[in-house]
Write a protein that binds this ligand. Structure first.
Ligand code: ZN
Length: 341
């Protein structure tokens, strides 16, 4: 019970990429880069295991960005045709590549890194992929015409990739869908259908990570506009509870999400965010335990997976390591109280 996990990304060591920055350029290249990514993944596997994290990830050390890390390996995208686009409903403006033809996987995208990661840990292994809706909100379309159609095309590629990763021993595949919090009507119209296409035929666990984003200034400003209570989840959780996805995340640490919304996920496993990724302050084990206890009013410990609110990529490395420790220690405290230490 109360098995712990991370949302996915962890900081890159300073020798691998510029720290505390999203989209940070690599500091190595060629074979050295590959070796460096592997070394960084080993560091984070060890840090997670030492902290008592039960379901580990490779910290996304092999990708520059959680969406474009996948798209770089897809045909049908023109990287020379960059389009300035407001993403997440204009929360950020970014130069994004453009889809100019049918999308196709050139081959395995993440197979090599998963083979490496799998061979270096006996823990349950999570692997994160960008969700179809979030992909479509992070790339310009000059081919499909309708977002829902483009999402379905990407969902098929994600499914091919996910099946391959499952066969390599991944225990849980998580789709990151921060766009689910922004386009709530689309979630019900086609977002969940696209996720279903992405998980078709998978036997491993599946999860969807929805969040209020990394702790960067655009997100912190956006959150200020959301009012006293953040109820975005309320619009989509009933539909997600009906879906075939096994696990769903929500942010509970220092957030204005009413914990009672967990009650809308009564048929799901719930990743409860108990670590704030928008603060440099490392939580105490007792603070983490308190958040877990509050959430237990709405989800029993068998279905609850204490987790970070979101990825920790932009945080200083030492802060992220401290937060992993707090996550593991906080869960241990509550397990001990429940007599299952
Ligand atoms: Zn997130």
């Amino acid at each position: 019970m109360l098995r712990t996990t991370v949302a996915g990304s962890l900081p890159k060591p300073a020798w691998l990429a510029e720290p505390e920055k999203l989209w940070a350029p690599w500091r190595l290249d060629g074979a050295e880069l590959e070796r460096g990514q592997q070394d960084a993944a080993l560091v984070w596997l060890k840090e997670q295991e030492d902290a008592g994290i039960d379901i580990v990830s490779n910290g996304e050390q092999f990708r520059e960005h959680f969406v474009h890390g996948f798209l770089k390996h897809i045909d049908g995208i023109d990287w020379n045709k960059m389009t300035k686009m407001g993403i997440r409903d204009d929360r950020y403006v970014a130069d994004v590549p453009t889809v100019t033809g049918p999308v196709r996987r050139r081959g395995s995208v993440h197979g090599a890194e998963v083979r490496f990661t799998r061979s270096h840990t006996d823990h349950k292994l999570k692997f994160t992929l960008p969700g179809p809706m979030t992909i479509c909100d992070t790339i310009a379309d000059a081919h499909y015409g309708k977002r829902a159609d483009m999402a379905m095309a990407f969902a098929e590629l994600l499914n091919q990739e996910a099946r391959e990763l499952e066969a390599l021993g991944v225990d849980l595949i998580q789709f990151d869908e921060p766009a689910f919090n922004v386009f709530m009507d689309d979630v019900k119209d086609w977002g969940i259908a696209a996720l279903h296409r992405a998980i078709e035929g998978l036997g491993c666990k599946t999860a969807v990570h929805i969040c209020y984003g990394y702790g960067i200034v655009e997100n912190i400003d956006w959150k200020k506009t959301l009012g006293a209570e953040w109820r975005q989840y309320e619009e989509i959780f009933p539909a997600i509870n009906e879906s075939r996805i096994d696990q769903v995340s929500l942010e509970c640490a220092n957030s204005k999400v009413p914990l009672s919304l967990i009650g809308l996920l009564k048929d799901k496993e719930v990743m409860v965010g108990v670590i704030d990724v928008a603060s440099l302050e490392v939580e105490s084990a007792e603070q983490v335990a308190a958040t877990i206890r509050s959430a237990m009013a709405y989800v029993d410990p068998e279905r609850m997976f204490p987790c970070t609110n979101c990825g920790m990529a932009p945080l200083p490395r030492g802060v992220a390591a401290g937060k992993l420790e707090a996550l593991g220690a906080g869960a241990r405290l509550v397990r001990a109280e429940l007599g299952k230490g």
